[in-house]
Design a protein. Structure first.
Lengths: 486, 897
């Protein structure tokens, strides 16, 4: 390369970065430009030094809806069809499959367990889907499966942390925090990272999986609550009307402005604008997080249950948030941990119930996003934190009168749909009993790298300096799964 | 490749010639000039881990070695032959270093060239060298109260700045009260200070604040962030943990001004001090704040190891501001520390009796009054018939059940099943089980106290043998919980092998064992009352405690754990055994540190270059808005350089020598300085040159901490309780915050005064911390945190505007104001003064009156709103509530200035 080319390269870099900065309102770009909203000076300074020209390349996805099935659904009952396993049902597991393996609960010699639900082929792509998912079967041509997912952790909390924060121990920023840190929000009246919970409990790893770790706390996920204020403290106290609040904020601003004129601290101006944003959120949040005004046919399509906390309601809310430009929308649905120690936690009936709670709304979300043109630039991700064993769980701690499967790190299925993802495609294969990936193995770090890639970010370059080291969501791992990209 | 312009080809040698010429001149300072260039431009690819092209710049040996392309990166004395210089001056961007980056500046190239010319010497990083007493500068301007000001003034002048005028007395007393106690001053104290024109007026205030019990309650937060103190275990179901006595110990230690060296040793190794007091055991809770995982499929040993790893990282961050976590898997990317160092550090911390188990053993019991009385009687007995030391030992055994000889210590076992997952940690014995421990000291008269549980009685017996003689036998009781069973042993002459056999004759016999401990029998066997006091001892072993707290207990040397190097940080891949040691870079002469106590003493010894600096920097940061080293957590080569290195050293030496590690004396010196007492107004000059106030030419405004935001609102509205210590409290929080799997633990809102305690007493459940604390950037206490990064978000605004806790405070203030026997303007003026601890200025008061008038007519026109706001048709009161709510949100209220 000669000097002319070098100069040209620099010019292009400069202009494209500037082009980006002009368009982006918060996030790294804005910070590099010197906007200090929501950030103290020292921090802004340190982040500024790291501004690395985001996005790194043209993004396919503008936002993510991540449907996390907490507790880990069984791939062997849902997507990874293994007729061979049927034939082995009830037979002792050969020792070769157990050597050197660590399980959460299985002890001694377990027996193989055949698939507990029947499968059929669907769509033009002819992919096998469980009969437990009749609605999803209809939209199978919209998604790409990752059938040879694997992870490192076989307990829920550490595995959820590894998947959502890149490390099995606490303290790292979550995926949504990384994304909003990198790209900011598209909507100034709503938080850029929202979390919705259903199924009766928070995920095992608690709020860590939407925490901000060591990056500033403004990037943490904001939980949308099922009852009371949709976001904590968003409502005025009773008897304090919006008009009264407006007047009081006007005077608050005046007092603060007077102080700014006296002292000269820019942080005061920042505080004033945060109060104004809070005032806007008081309208935009309840408006967005209210499904009552949706037309009846839409409610029916999702199967919403007004007034309850349900996965269906959350899916509809996710679509509304996507429409408003929320960057990262994270859903957790609890209760997929089918060990077989109770009927509720069995892979036959228990699993079916979880499917019934989620199937219709999941399919509806894809259809609804598509009919609004949102699926083009929204990435939808579905999956648990690990898979389940082809062996039946036999733990000694409690009697296993129901059919169940233990935690399994070496094989599970996830799917992605929407922005930049191939339609009606499947990547990766497991062996004939669904125990190990045999090709197209995808580690959770690869999944993370792929999600960032679709958002226009190089997972190796999205870094935050903490304690002298540049940390990444993918730690020192991760390869983009190019095969599923359009 | 295109054509290179001709003149550039010959310009390189010219440049080099020019540089060589400079080389005769001034000696290059590696730490000041070279390391910053290497760290900023080179080390990401040529560091301690990633050594692209086989070239790394952390250690000199590496940098001088031949690289992968068979050339020398650095040839000392010869820049022309050094590949490094060739590459940074190359004009082809595909060859030029840094690759894909801006080329180095001419000045940087010149410095590197000169440095290589002068021999390319490495220099120890500043923070690894012991501080030396600096000369106190004598700047020309006459300003300041103490040496701190001389150091800061010199930097101000060097940077074209001048100090600000002193803050107003109102600002000053509010600032110093918030800084020292976390609370605003009382109104009468403000009044007294304003009217005290004596030169010592401010110092009196400072002394009172230092002596206030509120002092410890404030400073404890900072320490508890480092100690990652919380009231829950952390993972998944995140069950309750009882360790608040440790929190109280910290508050008390600050209030008593415990010297920092003692403060350090007791927390890190209180259990290893000779005859430790109970308080010293409580102090060891510092490292019991690690998280525990009770989740179903977890291996106890795996999570024990994670806890130990966390202890290493926390210790190194807290006392040494050194980022050890990097070297868990590989050599440090930037600092001269390698993975071996990590495991040698681990060897100091790897020999404690705690495990990742549900009971969180070992814990220290606090007895109820009646049992405490019995313990006193036992004490009197032992002191009468035996030695005081014997009682200390017995007391520790009664209150902790340690040292426990358990699964890991059994040298031989037969027919035994060990359950060591999730909630379980015990062995199961049945008919014919046997376990054995080698060389136990049975030389005195002893009881063997066996902890067992047998849910179904099956006539199970334990028979105890030494070598081949049967020495005791006992029947195992039927119990639901583990119970101690006292078995009397006869003394032997020397340590001996002990065997426990379990028999029953029934196949149904099954008992669970939680180890045993050996307890010296009481002296005075022949004295009257012996049996009675013996029975009391046995009874106290099972006494239901009033409270408990988690402690660290070192395992006896005989049973010490070996520590191994983990290959790439994986505990499943353990390699060679390692011995306790500290990293070579911190070694002065050869030190022989054998255990955790030695390590703790080394931290606060004169040999340690970091502890005093790191610690004074933390206190400085809390008082001045940021540290002299901004990266409080990292004093390594990638951390920020000190803005005032000599001041840092001066403070460190004052602290450790002159003040004998007194924190209160250190803080007093800081707040007595003129630098601290400056106004916070930013002059246009300072704004232009130094808006971030690196050079301290004005007082930095800082947003209050999460606890302060809450405490202050309660304090100025008269709601705050001054009750100290005790179990954590649950002030009101919105419904449904706790929604945690496998947990029936509920948030039960505290009643009465307990709803208004200081934030430090609020219960912290790690997975679901108190919402307003998290909104205001408090730590969730999962890992050691050196500093909280302040943010400024709309969620904070919503919090202080609408959180019922804050709105309740506004209502209280309004009620108080409305009841004052004066006119509305005076009420409003008084309201401002209560909140801000100073009278409102004219323009501020005018705005407040305007707001009040508008709200009053609003509520007169909307009586239903009035009714729902305050429950009665009183528009004046309603307007006053809105005013109070507004006052509690003004920027000045939320910051210290």
């Amino acid at each position: 390369m000669d000097h002319f080319n070098e100069a040209r390269k620099k010019y292009l870099e400069f202009t494209t970065r500037r082009h980006f900065l002009k368009k982006c309102s918060t996030g790294l770009g804005a910070l590099a430009f010197g906007s200090l909203l929501g950030m103290d000076k020292v921090v802004a300074q340190s982040i500024k030094n790291e501004g690395s020209g985001l996005p790194h390349f043209y993004p396919k996805a503008k936002r993510v809806i991540y449907l996390h099935m907490a507790g880990a659904p069984s791939q062997l009952e849902l997507f990874d069809y293994k007729p061979e396993l049927h034939k082995l049902d009830g037979q002792d597991c050969p020792p070769s499959l157990l050597e050197g393996k660590r399980f959460a609960f299985i002890e001694g010699t377990p027996q193989m367990l055949g698939p507990q639900h029947s499968f059929r082929q669907h769509g033009h792509s002819g992919q096998y889907v469980s009969d437990a998912l009749p609605y999803f079967s209809q939209v199978v041509d919209k998604v790409s499966f990752l059938k040879a997912m694997h992870t490192d952790e076989f307990n829920h909390a550490p595995a959820q942390l590894l998947l959502q924060t890149g490390s099995p121990r606490v303290g790292r920023p979550s995926m949504g925090a990384w994304v909003t840190y990198g790209l900011g929000s598209e909507n100034q009246d709503l938080p850029g990272y929202m979390v919705l919970i259903s199924g009766g409990s928070n995920p095992s790893a608690g709020k860590n999986v939407w925490g901000s770790g060591f990056i500033p706390s403004e990037y943490q996920g904001v939980q949308c609550r099922n009852s009371g204020d949709p976001i904590l403290y968003v409502s005025n106290p009773e008897g304090l009307s919006r008009n009264a609040r407006r007047v009081s904020l006007d005077y608050l601003n005046k007092i603060n402005h007077a102080e700014y004129n006296d002292i000269g601290d820019e942080e005061i101006l920042s505080r004033i604008s945060q109060y104004e944003m809070a005032f806007k959120m008081q309208v935009s949040v309840p408006e967005t997080l209210n499904i009552d005004d949706e037309p009846e046919y839409i409610k029916k399509m999702y199967g919403v249950k007004p007034g309850e906390s349900s996965f269906a309601n959350n899916c509809l809310l996710a679509r509304k948030l996507a429409e408003k430009g929320t960057r990262f929308i994270q859903l957790y649905h609890w209760g997929w941990d089918t060990h077989g120690d109770s009927e509720k936690r069995s892979v036959d009936k228990g699993l079916l119930k979880k499917c019934q709670e989620t199937d219709q709304a999941t399919a509806a979300l894809l259809i609804d996003l598509e009919q609004r043109g949102l699926l083009e630039d929204t990435l939808v991700v579905w999956g648990g934190e690990f898979g389940r064993t082809p062996m039946r769980e036999n733990g000694s701690a409690s009697k296993m009168i129901f059919k169940g499967r233990d935690h399994h790190v070496d094989a599970f299925t996830m799917w992605m749909a929407g922005a930049g993802i191939k339609k009606g495609f499947s990547y990766g294969e497991t062996d004939e009993i669904g125990y190990f990936g045999v090709n197209g193995k995808t580690h959770v770090h690869d999944l993370q790298a792929t999600i960032l890639h679709l958002l226009g970010m190089n997972h190796e370059k999205l870094t935050y300096r903490f304690q002298g080291r540049d940390f990444r969501l993918t730690d020192v791992h991760g390869h983009v799964v190019k095969d599923i990209l359009v | 490749m295109g054509n290179k312009p001709h003149r550039l080809i010959w310009s390189i040698p010219v440049l080099l010639m020019l540089m060589t010429d400079c080389a005769q001149q001034e000696k290059v300072d590696f730490n000041a000039d070279i390391r910053p260039i290497l760290n900023k431009k080179c080390i990401n690819c040529h560091g301690g881990v990633k050594q692209s092209g086989g070239f790394g710049l952390v250690f000199r040996e590496n940098a001088l070695a031949k690289t992968a392309s068979d050339v020398y990166g650095i040839v000392p004395g010869n820049p022309k032959k050094s590949e490094l210089i060739k590459r940074i001056t190359n004009h082809d961007p595909e060859f030029r270093m840094p690759l894909d980056g801006e080329p180095l500046s001419d000045e940087e190239i010149e410095l590197l060239t000169r440095w290589i010319e002068q021999g390319a010497e490495w220099e120890t990083h500043w923070s690894y060298k012991k501080p030396e007493e600096p000369e106190i500068p004598q700047p020309e301007l006459a300003w300041g109260n103490n040496p701190i000001d001389k150091f800061t003034l010199q930097k101000m002048l060097e940077n074209g700045l001048e100090p600000s005028s002193p803050a107003s007395k109102y600002d000053l007393i509010r600032r110093v009260s918030l800084d020292l106690t976390g609370l605003p001053p009382s109104l009468p104290r403000v009044e007294k200070f304003i009217n005290d024109a004596s030169p010592g007026a401010y110092e009196k205030v400072v002394d009172e604040l230092l002596a206030s019990p509120r002092f410890g309650e404030h400073w404890a937060s900072m320490w508890l962030d480092l100690a990652r103190y919380a009231d829950s275990k952390g993972y998944e179901s995140d069950g309750q943990r009882y360790i608040w006595k440790y929190r109280d110990w910290v508050i008390d230690a600050f209030n008593q001004d415990m010297p920092f060296d003692q403060f350090t040793i007791e927390q890190l190794a209180g259990d290893m001090l000779p005859s430790p007091t109970l308080d010293q055991l409580v102090a060891t809770g510092f490292h019991r704040n690690t998280m525990n995982n009770d989740e179903g499929g977890t291996f106890n040993e795996e999570y024990r190891i994670y806890a130990v790893i966390d202890r290493i990282n926390t210790t190194w961050e807290t006392w040494q501001a050194t980022t050890m976590s990097c070297v868990q898997c590989h050599g440090h990317p930037y600092d001269p520390i390698d993975a071996q160092d990590f495991y040698e550090s681990m060897a100091f911390f790897n020999n404690t009796a705690d495990w990742d188990i549900k009971s969180e053993f070992p814990v220290l019991k606090e007895l109820n009054e009646e049992d405490q009385q019995k313990l006193e009687e036992i004490k009197n007995w032992v002191e009468k018939y035996g030695k005081e030391k014997d009682f200390n030992q017995l007391q520790k055994q009664i209150l902790t059940g340690t040292p426990r000889i358990s699964h890991d210590e059994y040298t031989r076992k037969e027919n035994i099943v060990h359950h060591n997952r999730a909630l379980q940690d015990y062995v199961v014995v049945s008919d014919g089980s046997m376990l054995e421990v080698d060389a136990l000291d049975l030389t005195g008269e002893k009881w063997l106290v066996l902890y067992s549980r047998q849910r179904k009685p099956a006539n199970g017996k334990v028979i105890i043998w030494t070598d081949d003689a049967k020495i005791a036998e006992a029947t195992l009781p039927k119990t639901k919980q583990f119970q101690p069973l006292f078995i009397e042993l006869s003394a032997t002459k020397q340590p001996i092998k002990l065997t426990l056999r379990f028999e029953s004759g029934s196949k149904d016999f099954k008992a669970e064992l939680d180890g045993f401990t050996l307890v010296e029998k009481l002296p005075g066997e022949d004295a009257p009352g012996f049996e009675n006091v013996t029975a009391q001892v046995q009874q106290l072993f099972t006494a239901e405690p009033e409270h408990t707290t988690l402690i660290i207990q070192e395992k006896p040397r005989k049973f010490a754990r070996n520590t191994h190097f983990f290959n790439r940080g994986s505990y499943l891949d353990q390699r060679q055994e390692v011995q306790p040691d500290i990293p070579a870079v911190l070694q002065i002469d050869s030190m022989d540190l054998k255990n955790r106590l030695d390590f703790a003493r080394w931290l606060v010894s004169e040999e340690n270059p970091l502890t005093a600096r790191v610690t004074v920097n933390r206190f400085w940061a809390r008082l001045f808005g940021k540290g002299i080293v901004v990266t409080e957590e990292d004093f390594g080569t990638m951390g920020d350089k000190p803005t005032h290195p000599k001041l840092l050293d001066w403070l460190a030496l004052q602290f450790s020598k002159e003040y004998q590690w007194s924190i209160k004396k250190l803080i007093k010196t800081m707040v007595m300085s003129a630098t601290y007492q400056q106004d916070s107004k930013i002059s246009p000059g300072a704004k232009e040159v130094d808006a971030n106030n690196r050079w301290l030419s004005f007082s930095t405004r800082t947003r209050l901490s999460a606890e302060q935001v809450r405490d202050q609102a309660l304090a100025v509205t008269g709601l705050l309780s001054d009750k100290m210590f005790g179990p954590p409290v649950m002030p009101p929080q919105p419904e449904g915050i706790w929604n945690i799997p496998y947990s029936s633990w509920e948030w039960e809102t505290s009643q009465g005064k307990d709803a208004y305690r200081r934030g430090i007493y609020t219960l912290i459940r790690r997975s679901n911390p108190y919402p307003s604390f998290i909104n205001f950037d408090a730590s969730n206490r999962q890992v050691c945190q050196s500093r909280r990064i302040n943010t400024n978000t709309p969620l904070q605004a919503l919090n202080t505007l609408n959180d019922p806790v804050f709105f309740e405070a506004a209502r209280q203030l309004a009620l108080h104001l409305n009841n004052l026997d004066t006119d509305e303007v005076n009420k409003l003026a008084s309201g401002y003064q209560r909140v801000m601890r100073q009278p409102a200025e004219e323009n501020q008061l005018a705005l407040i009156i305007e707001l009040y008038d508008k709200m009053k007519s609003h509520y007169q026109e909307n009586p239903h709103e009035t009714e729902s706001l305050i429950g009665k048709p009183d528009a004046q009161l309603a307007a006053m509530v809105v005013v109070a709510n507004t006052l509690l949100n003004i920027d000045e209220f939320l910051v210290k200035s």
